[in-house]
Design a protein around this ligand. Structure first.
Ligand SMILES: [Zn+2]
Length: 177
């Protein structure tokens, strides 16, 4: 980078894109790293690598990246494979804010929840299909594809460890009506 290159200013700083030096920033590359979790039925003669926690389970999972071709380790846990993919494509995701659980039903409530998540996360995070961390209750702890703003994964965080969620109110009956 040349010494006189413009500093990159986060979009959240409110700097208009027309400001001098801003328009020559590269557009978001189409081939950016992202997460896909594939699965298959374990074959009778398939030898499990040490990354398989539960050899008796009939499904195997693995994260792959459509941006660079990276493939994660073989897992018997879908959640572990999703976490592998996020570790690859979105370093730092484990330290991101934990939001309330995504509301169901009302599009307006979902829009409010997405706006809160976008405000709490780094600018551009969800435009790259980055994951959101969201509180869940036992029995609903799958990392769900497509439930982050922008279409990325919603990574489950058990509510039993819930501290105050930044910019997100606790889930209450009627809150998202
Ligand atoms: Zn990648």
């Amino acid at each position: 980078m040349p010494a006189n290159a413009p500093a990159i200013v986060p979009a959240s700083a409110g700097t208009p894109r027309t400001e001098v030096g801003y328009t020559d920033l590269p557009e978001q590359p189409q081939g950016h790293c992202r997460v896909h979790v594939g699965y298959w039925h374990k074959k009778a003669d398939e030898v499990d690598p040490p990354t398989v926690d539960n050899p008796g389970y009939h499904l195997r999972y693995r994260s792959t990246c459509g941006g660079c071709g990276h493939a994660g380790p073989v897992r018997s846990s879908e959640n572990r494979a999703a976490e592998d993919g996020c570790d690859h494509a979105y370093p730092g995701w484990r330290t991101m804010p934990v939001m309330a659980e995504r509301p169901y039903g009302s599009q307006a409530a979902i829009a409010r929840w997405e706006a809160a998540a976008r405000a709490a996360y780094p600018a551009g995070w969800f435009d790259r299909q980055g994951p959101v961390r969201a509180y869940r209750t036992p029995g609903g702890t799958r990392h769900v594809p497509g439930y982050a703003p922008g279409g990325g994964l919603s990574m489950a965080v058990l509510r039993s460890r819930q501290p105050a969620a930044p910019k997100a109110k606790p889930v209450q009956e009627g809150l998202f009506g």
